[in-house]
Design a protein around this ligand. Structure first.
Ligand code: HEM
Length: 401
């Protein structure tokens, strides 16, 4: 490691809506594994290169346990935060993680997700119908990006969609980095209470949906108890709509701003699956979600990470590493590169990735086919990008046609 006198303060923000923070290229060049200072005042390692990020994410000597006092949280926690808040799949280590993941992974196979296609198409079409019937300009976030993944995840889980205002507002609080710790705890508690009563209902009267099936399965196998099912349902609900919603909006902006790429997918929609992979790589919206704490000393890239130190894998930096992707700054929907880490890597790799891909493909194909004259109703420089959020996106997207 080169001698950095003052550790870089983290997080750093994107300098332009489409590009990573400038510091990332610098880190890859001079200090690919370096110490930074977090808003909590603690220090942690950040890892900037694609190779190192993948290696560490697959390393059994790192832990995802967010209740570990050394876990590199970006935010100060409310001291009253109950430990159970952290009890969910994303926070577990093997072998506990392995058993829990196995109990739910079948719900997200490519085959199962493909079977959802007709229903997702219906949801997308009805929202586009409503948008076209409404006034111009419309806000694409409210009209399409947010309701589509929200409805899909609700139907999948068996959560009443009528409650979406409630859980969307709480999720927003949870992913915003500027939220006060007490407010986060409250939002998280409220979400859990909501899902707690839902799981209880399904325990009393199992339904044929993901949570209902999980309740029955866990009763037979004993893999997860009530609290753990609540934790998993909360995680799926939160992770299942905010992320995809942001990708829908950002992908729309990126394609409208790159007309030749848009024309290519319009003329040949079979390019869309590759296009979606590229958009996922290009934006890497969950840049710093892949954080860990070292359980043992780890030697990597000429650096020794000591047991108990926090590590943050910079997914966005890894996905713009020119050793892994030629001309990474170029949005190239024909790139066909699937080794990006936008969904993470290793045992915790995104459980909902097949769902997210299908949703993105259907939304983008339908949107640009049905509204050939779609255009932004504001300049890109006027859009409010979510630079303070753990998941990048845009808060509003005025469009017209
Ligand atoms: C474009 C959309 C999405 C992106 C960019 C994304 C990104 C990620 C990333 C980077 C991770 C790894 C976290 C880690 O290693 O610590 C992850 C894990 C996870 N994601 Fe996603 N995600 C997306 C959509 C979804 C959807 C739609 C769902 C649910 C249906 C979902 C559910 C999960 C779950 C449950 C985990 C934890 C898996 C585990 O710990 O084993 N995600 N996601």
């Amino acid at each position: 490691m080169s001698s950095t006198v003052q550790p870089l303060r983290f997080p750093v923000t994107r300098s332009c809506p489409f590009h990573p923070p400038q510091e990332y290229a610098q880190l890859r060049e001079t200090d690919p594994i370096s110490k930074v200072e977090l808003p909590t005042g603690r220090t942690a390692w950040v890892v900037a290169k694609h190779d190192d990020v993948r290696r560490l994410l697959a390393d059994p000597r790192v832990s995802s346990d967010r209740a570990n006092p050394n876990f590199p949280l970006m935010l100060r926690q409310d001291p009253d935060t109950p430990r159970q808040q952290f009890r969910s799949l994303i926070s577990m280590d093997p072998p506990e993680h392995t058993g829990h993941r196995r109990s739910v992974v079948n719900e997200f196979t490519v085959k199962r997700m493909r079977a959802l296609r007709p229903r997702i198409q219906e949801i997308v079409d009805s929202h586009i119908d409503a948008m076209l019937a409404g006034p111009r300009p419309a806000d694409l976030v409210q009209a399409l990006s947010l309701p589509v993944p929200s409805l899909v995840i609700c139907e999948l889980l068996g959560v009443p969609y009528t409650d979406h205002d409630f859980f969307q507002s709480r999720t927003k609080v949870l992913v915003n980095r500027t939220t006060a710790p007490e407010e986060r705890t409250r939002a998280s508690r409220e979400l859990r209470t909501f899902l707690d009563s839902l799981v209880t209902q399904k325990e009393n009267e199992p339904t044929d949906d993901l949570v209902g099936r999980l309740v029955v399965k866990c009763r037979e196998t004993g893999v997860a108890d009530h609290e753990e099912i609540v934790g998993l349902a909360t995680l799926l609900l939160v992770a299942g709509h905010e992320t995809t919603a942001n990708m829908i909006s950002l992908s729309t902006v990126a394609l409208l701003e790159n007309p030749s790429q848009l024309t290519a997918v319009r003329e040949d929609p079979t390019l869309l699956p590759q296009g979606v992979e590229e958009l996922l790589r290009y934006f890497s919206i969950a840049d710093q979600v892949t954080a860990r704490v070292a359980l043992e000393d780890i030697e990597i890239g000429g650096v020794r990470i000591r047991a108990g130190e926090g590590i943050i894998m910079l997914g966005l930096s890894a996905n713009w590493d020119q050793n892994a992707f030629e001309n990474p700054e170029k949005l190239d929907i024909r790139r066909g590169a699937r080794h990006h880490v936008a969904f993470g890597y290793g045992p915790h790799q995104c459980l909902g990735q097949n769902l997210a891909r299908i949703e993105l493909e259907i939304v983008l194909e339908t949107l640009f086919r049905r509204i050939p004259g779609l255009q932004l109703a504001a300049g890109v420089d006027e859009l409010a990008f979510k630079t303070e959020s753990a998941v990048y996106g845009v808060t509003e997207l005025p469009v017209t046609w």
